[in-house]
Design a protein around this ligand. Structure first.
Ligand SMILES: *Cc1c(COP(=O)(O)O)cnc(C)c1O
Length: 954
């Protein structure tokens, strides 16, 4: 009988398969396997106190009920968030399409050409609108992008300034309050001094590294900063501009003044407000800064056949290479949202974007005229979308407030009593009339009825953009929906996602992102909410978030949770800053050393450096475990200055280290706090928890363990959970009371990326306590089944005391390289010919592959993967035996494109059949890699990060 329990859909293997797998492993039950895997002394003493799992239908009703408790008003608050129209063709074919949302960050470029092109379009759009030379493929939000710009300016100081210790950043006082708050958080540990001033008062003295201005500014005023840029450059200082991307369609873009960096949010390019996120922040800079630019950059290169091919450029800048020398900790960003914004630009094109921007401005201008006629005073001399009114004496602000709420509208209320309106793409004739009605009724005056969209621009001619933009073919070709859907499909067909095959990426937990979990994302009740509306309009959100925080606290064993950080790395940073504040509160100002095992993910040391801490690397022993003696020695040596220990558990080596409690004790005995990197939480839920192992704070990657999809490199959500003594230090927010009163904000939005939280909420509600535990157990079962199947060929690098792995394992490939010349990268590329995404390459151990199957994969799929790995192993054996050529073989030439395999000229010593169909089942489901092996070095030497205008898109 079919079960309607969600757990049976979430988990891959059927009961019969589980028995077969246990037999292969050589244990009699899942419990026995778990007992051999998870050390006794860290097991939970009681089951999770969560409700039983709901069926999918029950959950659907529940989340629908919560959605209905959100009241979606027309919101004119602005402040970085604007209502927008997601073209349905993008909503349905991108946001709701698992090929786009379940794919991984495009590290394996040959099977990621579709999303790489979508992101290249995004970068091109950003460069064109800002008039800058280089853009990245997104950052987490506008406020953290500002922090990245600040750090970049500090790193770009001239030698003289650096020597003199210049450290002052001039900040426009008219910058969003949330941006300023995050700047404050990020500046303090790096000893950058912020001087927040009226731009007119900026003085470029010797200690100034740069200036940051907002355009249009927080009042909505448009001012040219051309003169400021000149003054700054004359004093060897940089200028970073926070810009409204849409406004740049009609305003002179900062690149034309010579700005050094331009950043902001691309939310209003078709991405719903979502009560604060997720949205893609854009970041553009001049070419001179390409080596210190944060984030992922998509670049153009060529493949082995000389054809154009895309890949991620300049990766040596990134935290996974630079570690404690990194200048940014960013890893997961906002790829899916950047993809959407890029498609929005493709669909509308330059004339469409101009029309949208023009209409917004004209509506604002009309409202200025009509409302001024009622006796109000409009204060912005030049504006794009935002007008600001001083009220006449006979009007009470409270009247405007209740009249607007009556008509389901939210206006912006300045502290000095002024009232603001930011117009957006959705504002229509009815809205215009309702707005006028409110101002007229509050003034007790009659009001006209507006029957026609206005035209007429009020911006000074010398502020208006004259230059063309987005002239590339891709932005001028797809206007009908038919053309657009085919373009999206064309790109989609180039990529491997979870809809094709398992993605066995160790540490990344590519599990099911269930359709029922995803459905609410498209609902206006979640998408249409501005993050700064009165809380009583967002009751559904708050009920959901309260419950989610409670559930995550229960799962981690901790006292409270902050949902604010937008990625795992952002969570690490937030957690370390919480620890820092805790030490400060106790007068321990000197505690700034962080011990980090050599096996840690690159974000750990990078985040520690961003938090102003000194990183001390702790070695691992020959069994892959943290060297306990070395840990003790270091903890004792630094006992006066020890701040924290960052540890991933189970370890990045895929092992439950049995000494974890002892490790945490050592740290505590020496005055430090334990930060647990929660990326491997999928091996813990329901069996153990961070509190139980002795940690004080952890982050959770909701986009790994808790079912939020990877989206090709984001969104991510990285909440932090903390023990009781750290609750008082959790991040607050300058605009909305988010229930926490600790450090200043770490993200722009009060609750981070709220609109994707229903995914995790649904995951927990539908699995329930038993299902969550079962998911963990089967994740461990699946990993041990693969380990058992591949240990006699590749070999498993590290195991626990009983020879078991946790939820992932490292496959040894170094001996193969030594004997055959075949590298782990060759194996990764060859897997593409078998229709698989490679496992994690060379992390955490160089020359190896790390495999994590997750609980969502069935035995059938695991067997296919094992067969492919075995088949590749046989190919390597054939090379060693001289049966295949050492240089010209299916591995070195992988992946094989359809074009190469069907070419009239086939000069290889192995057959076409072996190249493309090495296993029988490929005949019924063949994925053809769209390009051959990509030349990374060529692309880095000849950096091109936009689609050239001459390019032909067939
Ligand atoms: C994924 C991962 C991170 C970083 O998380 P992001 O969400 O990408 O910032 C940190 N540590 C480990 C072990 C990870 O696997």
């Amino acid at each position: 009988m079919a079960s309607d329990k969600f757990v049976a859909r979430h988990i891959g293997p059927r009961e019969q398969e589980i028995s077969e797998m246990l037999k292969k492993i050589g244990v009699s039950s899942v419990d026995e396997l778990v007992d051999q895997t998870v050390p006794e002394n860290i097991r939970l003493e009681r089951p999770l106190q969560l409700e039983d799992g709901l069926t999918e239908r029950q959950y659907y009703r529940k989340i629908l009920g919560l959605a209905k408790k959100n009241k979606v008003f027309n919101t004119y608050i602005g402040m970085g968030y604007y209502d927008t129209i997601t073209p349905a063709v993008i909503l349905r074919n991108v946001l709701e399409n698992p090929v786009w949302y379940t794919s991984y960050t495009p590290y394996q470029a040959e099977i990621s050409q579709g999303r790489l092109e979508a992101l290249l379009n995004y970068q091109t759009m950003v460069c064109e609108l800002t008039a800058m030379e280089l853009a990245n493929a997104s950052l987490l939000d506008e406020a953290t992008a500002a922090a990245e710009a600040m750090i970049m300016m500090s790193n770009a100081r001239t030698r003289e300034k650096a020597k003199a210790g210049a450290n002052v950043l001039l900040v426009d006082q008219q910058i969003w309050p949330q941006t300023l708050d995050v700047l404050k958080t990020r500046a303090v540990p790096l000893e950058i001094e912020l001087k927040v001033l009226d731009v007119a008062d900026f003085q470029f003295t010797d200690e100034v590294i740069g200036a940051m201005v907002q355009y249009p500014n927080a009042n909505g005023e448009v001012v040219s900063y051309a003169g400021l840029v000149e003054k700054a450059h004359a004093a060897d200082a940089k200028v970073a501009v926070a810009a409204d991307l849409l406004s740049l369609a009609i305003l002179i873009p900062p690149g034309e003044w010579g700005a050094d960096m331009v950043f902001g949010s691309s939310q209003r390019f078709g991405v719903p407000m979502g009560y604060g996120g997720p949205h893609a922040a854009f970041f553009a800079a001049r070419d001179a800064y390409k080596r210190i630019m944060p984030g992922r950059i998509i670049g153009v290169s060529k493949d082995q056949h000389g054809n154009r091919a895309l890949r991620m450029a300049l990766q040596t800048r990134e935290q996974h290479i630079k570690r404690e020398r990194a200048t940014s900790n960013i890893c997961t960003a906002q790829a899916l949202l950047a993809t959407m914004a890029g498609f929005y630009a493709v669909y509308h094109g330059p004339e469409g974007i101009c029309q949208i921007a023009d209409r917004i401005h004209c509506i604002a201008a009309l409202l200025e005229k009509e409302i001024t006629a009622l006796g109000y005073l409009q204060l912005n001399r030049n504006y794009f979308d935002t007008i600001r009114f001083a009220l006449p004496k006979y009007v009470k602000r409270e009247d405007i407030e209740w009249l607007s709420l009556e008509l389901e509208m939210n206006f912006r209320y300045f502290e000095n009593g002024e009232v603001g309106l930011s117009i957006d793409e959705t504002t229509n004739l009815d809205d215009i009339n309702w707005i006028i009605e409110v101002f007229a009724k509050a003034a007790n005056k009659p009001f006209p009825r507006i029957r026609q969209y206005p035209d007429g621009c009020t911006i000074d001619a010398n502020l208006m953009r004259n230059s063309a933009f987005m002239q590339q073919e891709v932005f001028n070709k797809y206007r009908s929906e038919t053309e657009m859907v085919r373009y999206i499909k064309k790109l989609e067909h180039r990529d491997i996602s979870l809809t094709h095959s398992m993605i066995p990426l160790g540490s990344c937990t590519m599990k099911l992102n269930a359709a029922t979990e995803m459905l609410p994302l498209s609902w206006i009740e979640f998408g249409g909410m501005h993050p700064f509306v009165p809380k009583n309009q967002a009751r559904g959100y708050h009920e959901m978030m309260e419950e989610l925080r409670r559930d995550l606290a229960e799962i981690t064993g901790f006292a409270d949770v902050s949902l604010q950080p937008n990625s795992g790395a952002a969570g690490e940073y937030a957690g370390l800053m919480v620890i820092r504040e805790y030490h400060l509160s106790r007068g321990d100002h000197q505690r700034n050393v962080v011990l980090i095992p050599a096996s840690a993910h690159g974000t750990n040391p990078a985040s520690a450096v961003m938090a102003g801490m000194e990183v001390v690397v702790v070695p691992c022993d020959e069994r892959g475990n943290v060297d306990l003696d070395a840990l003790r020695q270091n903890a004792e040596m630094y006992k006066e200055t020890l701040s924290a220990f960052m540890v991933t558990y189970p370890s990045t080596h895929g092992v439950f280290e049995s000494s974890i409690i002892e490790m945490c004790d050592i740290i505590h005995q020496n005055g430090g706090q334990v930060y647990m990197d929660g990326a491997n939480m999928n091996a813990q839920v329901g069996l153990t928890n961070p509190k139980r192992i002795g940690a004080d704070v952890c982050h959770l990657n909701l986009h790994k363990t808790f079912a939020i999809p990877h989206g090709g490199g984001g969104p991510g959500v990285g909440p932090i959970a903390v023990a009781e003594h750290l609750v008082a230090f959790l991040p607050s927010h300058p605009v909305m009371n988010n229930g926490h009163i600790g450090i200043t904000a770490v993200s722009a939005a009060p609750w981070g990326s709220a609109s994707v939280l229903p995914i995790t909420y649904g995951y927990i509600k539908m699995l329930g306590a038993d299902g969550l535990k079962r998911a963990t157990e089967i994740a461990i079962l699946n990993a041990n089944y693969i380990a058992e199947s591949l240990k006699s060929t590749y070999g498993i690098l590290y195991t626990g005391e009983n020879g078991r792995v946790a939820h992932e394992m490292i496959l040894e490939c170094r001996h193969l390289k030594a004997e055959s010349g075949i590298t782990e990268a060759d194996i990764a590329k060859r897997l593409m010919d078998y229709g698989f995404h490679a496992p994690t390459l060379s992390f955490p151990v160089h020359g190896t592959l790390m495999v994590e199957p997750t609980e969502s994969e069935s035995k059938h799929e695991l067997d296919r993967f094992i067969e492919a790995m075995d088949s590749i192993y046989q190919e390597i054996q054939a090379i060693m035996a001289g049966k295949l050529d050492k240089a010209d073989n299916p591995l070195k030439n992988a992946p094989h494109t359809a074009e190469a395999v069907t070419s009239d000229a086939w000069a290889h010593p192995y057959s076409r059949q072996q190249a493309a169909f090495p296993l029988n089942w490929l005949k019924e489901n063949k994925y053809w890699p769209p390009v051959g092996r990509i030349d990374d070095a060529f692309g880095d030497r000849n950096l091109v990060c936009t689609c050239a205008s001459t390019e032909s898109y067939q």
